[in-house]
Design a protein around this ligand. Structure first.
Ligand SMILES: Cc1cc2nc3c(=O)[nH]c(=O)nc-3n(C[C@H](O)[C@H](O)[C@H](O)COP(=O)(O)OP(=O)(O)OC[C@H]3O[C@@H](n4cnc5c(N)ncnc54)[C@H](O)[C@@H]3O)c2cc1C
Length: 417
């Protein structure tokens, strides 16, 4: 007997799950509040850099449609502005290194990927419903489907899922986010031979991330400021005009990361929808949403575990959550998808997700001395740089050398020896 599953929300997790279930013979309905064309011509949503494990989940489902076109990100660099006055700003880097990734990373603009995947889902016979679901809709659908999965991101439907206070240390946003997609960025004079994500840390102020992407107009680069709220980077709130957004992005680069500004003097926006600004509080929620009539739905990815993008993990986690839930659904066969199963499916995902949340919430704080030592040592010890970079693919490894000063010390001693 074919099992009927409703997926609400067509982002990384919802589409990957819908396509995966579809190819395993499930009868899948996908509900999206926007059409593929609206997504493709709409605003950018993320920087969506995905590392090897998350990309491999897409390959396993043969959904890596853009792999040959998207830039291969082979390294991850960390630069730290030297302490001192920010007026006119730091011109020196106290730390500057790049770690090599074991497997390459890629960023495919979600406008390209989600629109393409949505069209594939429909072409393969999937039922696509364009509708912004409300709780009352889900109440009805939970009675007509074997399982309802809510993968609607950080939107209004999260109100159905209670906040897990023990796993959510922050109740307020920890960074103000500002993204600009550009053409015309030059290469860094150092390490010009391969693409890398560039993490620029400006202590006490925020972070600038730069990475290549594949967007609607081909290869581009993303300039992404994460500003500590109330600080000098928290300046995008009232900017509505994309040119002003880019001008401010560059002005802040000139002031706080002049080594990056030097290669950005000729950039222009990829398109009028190539900017994004916003903020949200990182939140873990209870995975089961209960409906007025007593039915239950299972939350997916950002709905249940939303981390700050400072560590670039949300799309990676959405892919990992979709892969984990797909396995849990397949393993469950014909048995009912009751609340006990929903909780066990989430717990299985949380085995991985907890490491992402712990690491990301740690990175939002000022680094303790042993972490500063570790990041500094990576400049002299290439294996340390490489291991840190590969932690973005598998953050559980940070347990072994990052949080505990003794473990950090022992690790550095072992590398030095
Ligand atoms: C500025 C920024 C930079 C980021 N950079 C990175 C990065 O470099 N690497 C990384 O891994 N992650 C990054 N992320 C996080 C990543 O984009 C998200 O975590 C990821 O997209 C979450 O996937 P999702 O499937 O849970 O939800 P989403 O991608 O948010 O998809 C949810 C979908 O549901 C739709 N929807 C919402 N409400 C409804 C409704 N009621 N009915 C129907 N449809 C609905 C939405 O329109 C959307 O299409 C970044 C995020 C931001 C904001």
């Amino acid at each position: 007997m074919s099992r009927k599953i409703l997926v609400v929300g067509a982002g990384q997790s919802g589409l990957q799950l819908a396509l995966g279930l579809q190819s395993n013979g499930y009868e899948v309905t996908l509900m999206s509040n926007r059409t593929a064309d609206e997504i493709r011509s709409g605003r950018v949503m993320s920087t969506q850099c995905m590392f090897h494990t998350a990309l491999q989940h897409e390959r396993d489902l043969q959904l890596n449609f853009w792999e040959t076109q998207a830039p291969r990100i082979e390294g991850l660099g960390v630069s730290v502005a030297a302490p001192g006055s920010h007026d006119p700003g730091p011109t020196q880097r106290a730390i500057d290194w790049v770690g090599k990734l074991d497997g390459f990373a890629q960023s495919v603009d979600q406008r390209v990927k989600m629109a393409g995947w949505m069209e594939t889902f429909a072409q393969r016979g999937g039922q696509l419903v364009i509708h912004g679901a409300a709780v009352s809709d889900l109440d009805y659908f939970s009675r007509t489907y074997d399982l309802v999965l809510v993968s609607a991101g950080k939107g209004e439907l999260v109100s159905m899922f209670g906040r897990d206070a023990d796993r959510s240390p922050y109740s307020e946003p920890q960074r103000a986010l500002a993204v600009a997609y550009v053409h015309g960025l030059g290469v860094r004079p150092e390490h010009p031979d391969y693409d890398a994500v560039r993490c620029n840390l400006v202590p006490g102020v925020g972070e600038l991330f730069i990475m290549p992407t594949l967007t609607t107009s081909g290869r581009a680069d993303i300039l992404f400021w994460e500003g500590i709220p109330g600080g000098p980077l928290d300046a995008f709130r009232d900017i509505k005009n994309p040119s002003e957004h880019l001008a401010l992005t560059l002005e802040l680069m000139e002031k706080f990361t002049p080594w990056e500004y030097a290669r950005a003097t000729k950039v222009e926006l990829t398109d009028a929808n190539g900017t994004l600004a916003g903020r949200y509080a990182p939140t873990v929620r209870n995975p089961i949403g209960r409906l007025p009539s007593g039915g239950a739905v299972l939350g997916v990815a950002d709905v249940v575990v939303a981390n700050d993008p400072i560590t670039g993990q949300g799309s990676n986690s959405a892919s990992k959550c979709a892969a984990s839930y797909l396995s849990s659904i397949l393993d469950h066969g014909d048995k009912p998808f009751d609340e006990e199963w929903m909780q066990s499916a989430f717990d299985r995902y949380w085995d991985t997700a907890q490491h992402v949340t712990k690491w990301t919430n740690t990175m939002l704080q000022a680094p303790p001395e042993h972490v500063l030592n570790l990041i500094g040592a990576a400049g002299q010890l290439q294996p340390v740089a490489d291991r840190f970079a590969n932690g973005f693919n598998d953050p559980s490894d940070f347990e072994n050398f990052f949080y505990d000063p003794e473990k950090t010390g022992a690790y550095l001693a072992s590398v030095t020896a």
